[in-house]
Design a protein around this ligand. Structure first.
Ligand SMILES: [Zn+2]
Ligand SMILES: [Zn+2]
Length: 261
């Protein structure tokens, strides 16, 4: 069996439904070699019910450190999923630089003051072509910020099934070039299957573009409950192989190396 990692997991330190330790047995059962936690951290936004509070970050890091020390059968990694905000990279950097992490996942949930994944109302009355372009621009800015090792669900703006009027291949091409230029991996995120979209992020039609541009990839479940750890990974691995991929990225202490896929 190929080496398997799942670096995008939410426990109840952010908006997941269980304790970190509850994910260990399902991860082993799913055949994973590594499991990594990546709690939401949204700086610059107060009292969000889905993000970890700043005051809980140290407790989270200590909790995962203890879990690492007391777990034998699977490698545990410590990560965060940190929202990107244009113009705030330096502040985010100075906050994150104090932490010992295995990787940092960058994500764009907000366009302006609103989140793209909190309900389809966000899309009503908006110009979808502009919306897609703005979203991809912000994800590219996140990739270029130097803050992140992995970019999460890079086309989350598809979540409710809205589409631009044009062929978005050019958006994916531009993003892939940007990811490669700034040496950032992307993830094949299987959780979109559980959302209104009903499919993975990014759009499977464009995975070959990331391979052509030589962008490193991770396969992540974005699980918010233990039953979803490693979910749909057989299909995800096959999709990536079909797109041309033969290796994937693994992380330790913010160093990346590649293993066969
Ligand atoms: Zn996310
Ligand atoms: Zn997530």
């Amino acid at each position: 069996m190929t080496y398997r990692t799942d670096y995008h997991i939410h426990s109840w330190f952010s908006d997941g439904k269980a304790a970190p330790e509850d994910y260990i047995a399902p991860a082993i059962a799913a055949g994973l070699n590594e499991i990594g936690f990546s709690e939401h951290l949204v700086l610059f936004s107060e009292s969000l019910d889905w993000s970890m509070n700043i005051s809980d970050v140290q407790g989270y890091l200590t909790h995962i450190k203890n879990l690492k020390e007391n777990t034998r059968d699977i490698i545990i990694r410590t990560g965060l999923e940190v929202d990107f905000f244009a113009g705030k990279a330096e502040e985010i950097q100075s906050y994150l630089s104090k932490m010992e992490l295995d990787y940092i996942i960058g994500s764009v949930h907000y366009l302006g003051d609103e989140s793209v994944d909190r309900g389809p109302e966000f899309y009503e009355g908006k110009n979808l072509d502009e919306l897609f372009e703005s979203y991809f621009d912000l994800v590219s800015a996140a990739a270029a910020s130097g803050l992140y090792d992995i970019i999460a669900h890079c086309d989350l703006v598809r979540i409710y099934g809205f589409r631009p009027s044009f062929d978005p291949a050019s958006l994916y091409r531009k993003l892939a070039i940007n990811l490669k230029t700034h040496d950032v991996a992307f993830e094949l995120n299987t959780n979109g299957r559980n959302r209104p979209l009903g499919d993975f992020y990014p759009d499977r039609r464009f995975l070959h573009i990331f391979w052509e541009e030589n962008v490193p990839v991770c396969i992540n479940s974005d699980a918010h409950m233990p039953s979803r750890v490693g979910q749909y990974f057989d299909e995800a691995y096959q999709l990536l192989r079909d797109a041309g991929y033969t290796e994937m990225a693994v992380f330790e202490k913010r160093n990346r190396h590649m293993v066969p896929l």
